[in-house]
Design a protein around this ligand. Structure first.
Ligand SMILES: NC(=O)C1=CN([C@@H]2O[C@H](COP(=O)(O)OP(=O)(O)OC[C@H]3O[C@@H](n4cnc5c(N)ncnc54)[C@H](O)[C@@H]3O)[C@@H](O)[C@H]2O)C=CC1
Ligand SMILES: O=C([O-])CC(=O)C(=O)O
Length: 317
């Protein structure tokens, strides 16, 4: 029997990421080839002409009405040389007002993915100003960083990226994020092997590998003068697909979610954790040992998020 259609909202639909994302969703990359979708595409009036190229609306209420999944890409993008904090004030007020629109008009149990930067803090603002949307339904994108970390390891070891798994992005989608390979493995003909053992170069893993992943977004903006649109769109599809359809057995992914205090990360931040997903719900992977090097990095990125939270509130007051 044909499935009921799912309504998917994409904000910023006329932008770089939106232009790549919309056809991926229509093609079934996000929810599967057998899942009909009804796309709601929102942008702002100055983008109306570009928006005609993808068919959509500049009316936030129309865009949010009845949506089951909201991918929030709309906002003011970081330009070359700009720190993420520079874009904060422009974006938190957008997320405050769109929170209200989603709360009033989206379907009950709508799942929200915030892509626009500062992604974690925009998601937190959205959560705070949409109190009736359950906090477990609000997330931000760190899957792009996760995929970048998998890519770095696969290149270094000359293996397929699909054979590498269980890297972790901890914290903020920013240059303080901590890409952690301490629990990552590679599928080899001789069975699963630890990434640390196979790479056998802790100086690289604790140095250049981390900074390359942390700085990849900035490096792409510098090169393209535009954001990493295709890989961001693809990562957004990965994020929603795994959230809705589940993560494979034995595999976790990174998602920015509301901290419950796991791993001594302060509660009340949207922080990227390792998660598994089943039946449309994510669960933080518990009990992973955290060494001293990692602890410092988990704390540093949490501190930045606490500062961003304070700054966001000061922008709104
Ligand atoms: N979390 C992640 O991994 C990544 C996040 N990003 C972020 O994603 C966002 C989008 O990036 P791009 O598509 O390259 O930017 P873009 O500037 O090409 O597109 C943004 C779109 O949002 C629209 N927009 C602005 N205000 C809006 C509003 N109030 N409602 C609806 N739409 C609105 C703009 O008109 C524009 O069409 C940026 O914030 C960027 O920093 C980019 C790459 C990765
Ligand atoms: O800062 C940006 O807009 C780009 C970005 O997030 C990324 O590519 O990871």
């Amino acid at each position: 029997m044909a499935k009921d259609p799912v309504r998917v909202l994409v904000t910023g639909a006329a932008g770089q990421i939106g232009y790549a994302l919309v056809p991926m969703i229509a093609r079934g990359v996000m929810l599967g080839a057998d899942q009909p979708v009804i796309l709601h595409m929102l942008d702002i009036p100055p983008a109306a002409e570009a928006l005609n190229g993808v068919v959509a609306t500049t009316d936030v209420v129309e865009a949010c009405t009845g949506v089951n999944i909201a991918v929030m890409v709309g906002g003011f993008p970081r330009k070359e040389g700009m720190e993420r904090k520079d874009v904060m004030s422009k974006n938190v007020s957008i997320y405050k007002s769109q929170a209200s629109a989603l709360e009033k008009h989206a379907a009950a149990n709508c799942k929200v993915l915030v892509v626009a930067n500062p992604a974690n803090t925009n998601a937190l603002i959205l959560k705070e100003f949409a109190p009736s949307i359950p906090e477990k339904n609000i997330s931000c994108l760190t899957r792009l960083d996760h995929n970048r970390a998998l890519g770095q390891i696969s290149e270094r070891l000359n293996v397929q990226v699909s054979d590498v798994k269980n890297v972790i992005i901890w914290g903020n989608h920013s240059s303080t994020q901590y890409p952690d390979v301490n629990h990552a493995t590679v599928n080899t003909p001789a069975g699963e092997k630890a990434v640390r053992e196979l790479v056998s170069d802790d100086a690289w893993l604790n140095g250049e590998f981390i900074t390359t992943v942390q700085q990849r977004g900035a490096a792409i903006i510098k090169a393209r003068k535009l954001s990493s649109a295709l890989s961001a769109a693809s990562a957004a599809c990965d994020h929603i697909r795994d959230w809705v359809l589940g993560t494979p057995e034995g595999t976790w992914v990174s998602m920015g979610v509301y901290s419950d205090g796991s791993y001594n990360v302060p509660a009340g931040l949207i922080y990227s954790f390792p998660v598994t997903c089943q039946n449309g719900e994510w669960k933080i992977v518990q009990g992973l040992p955290i060494d001293e090097f990692s602890r410092k990095k988990l704390d540093l990125t949490a501190e930045e998020l606490s500062e961003e939270k304070a700054l966001a509130y000061s922008c709104l007051s």
